[in-house]
Design a protein around this ligand. Structure first.
Ligand SMILES: Nc1ncnc2c1ncn2[C@@H]1O[C@H](COP(=O)(O)OP(=O)(O)OP(=O)(O)O)[C@@H](O)[C@H]1O
Ligand SMILES: [Mg+2]
Length: 241
């Protein structure tokens, strides 16, 4: 059997002398949604930033389709098709929705304009609210709309792996529902997803498999359905007694 798409093997990440991620193993297979859940400061964003080579890792191996990412720069990781929607979204506030989306295709410099126009229409199909607001400035969108824009911008890069850092953060339950519907649709259209979340309920409902991270270490991993039924997960992450 071939190796999974993404393989983290004993990954450690330090900030100075502080070890924020302490030897984690994690895989994402082709076609999967895999979620990494955990509380504040558990090391979720740190893990994601190590994969995208923004910071770290200090030890361990991260392989993506046979490439060792730890030898690459962050722009080379993007060129491989590993696209991140960061925590807090970071859209361009003084650019329009359409311009923000076009920026997402930056890594595809050699693609014909006609192709990009088609991809743009595909994103508008997935997010009708962005189509209605294509000339509106990014900074004037609501939080939910900004999340849609950040995801749409990532899709413009034609990701081979999409990494989402807490897409539900700060959004009303109804909007969270909508965001997760879109996550499922993106995956069903063929894009593997690594989904980082504090909202364990939503994340485990959407994902195929999940990992629970506490203090920089993986404490549980299983099929998402099994984690939803797990007593430890229910108590710690699903707010049950
Ligand atoms: N740039 C940094 N310098 C020093 N320490 C950092 C830095 N970034 C994160 N940390 C520390 O590393 C640990 C893990 O942080 P991380 O941001 O990965 O957590 P998280 O799981 O994403 O939490 P949250 O759900 O609150 O976003 C925390 O203790 C945090 O304070
Ligand atoms: Mg985080």
């Amino acid at each position: 059997m071939s190796e999974p798409l993404l393989v983290l093997d004993d990954v450690h990440v330090h900030y100075g002398v502080i070890e924020a991620v302490r030897g984690i193993d994690l895989t994402v297979g082709r076609g999967e949604i895999v979620t990494l859940i955990g509380g504040n400061g558990a090391g979720k964003t740190t893990t994601l930033r190590a994969i995208s080579r923004i910071h770290g890792p200090s030890a361990g191996s991260i392989r993506f389709e046979g490439s060792e990412l730890t030898r690459l720069r962050s722009d080379q990781v993007v060129d491989l098709g590993i696209i991140q929607v960061p925590e807090g979204r970071h859209i361009f506030p003084s650019m329009t929705v359409a311009e923000n989306l076009e920026m997402g295709a930056f890594s595809r410099r050699r693609v014909a304009r006609r192709r990009l126009a088609e991809d743009l229409e595909e994103v508008y199909g997935l997010f009708p609210v962005l189509a209605e607001r294509r000339k509106q400035l990014g900074g004037t969108l609501s939080g939910g709309e900004q999340q849609m824009l950040a995801m749409g911008r990532a899709l413009m890069a034609k990701p081979r792996l999409l990494m989402l850092d807490e897409p539900s953060m700060g959004l009303a339950p109804q909007i969270v529902q909508r965001v997760f519907e879109v996550i499922t649709r993106i995956n069903q259209a063929g894009t593997p997803i690594l989904l980082i979340e504090q909202n364990a309920q939503m994340a485990l409902n959407a994902a195929h498999r999940g990992y629970v991270i506490e203090s920089g270490a993986i404490v549980l991993e299983d099929e998402a359905r099994a984690l939803l039924d797990d007593d430890q997960v229910r108590k710690a992450y699903l707010g049950e007694e």
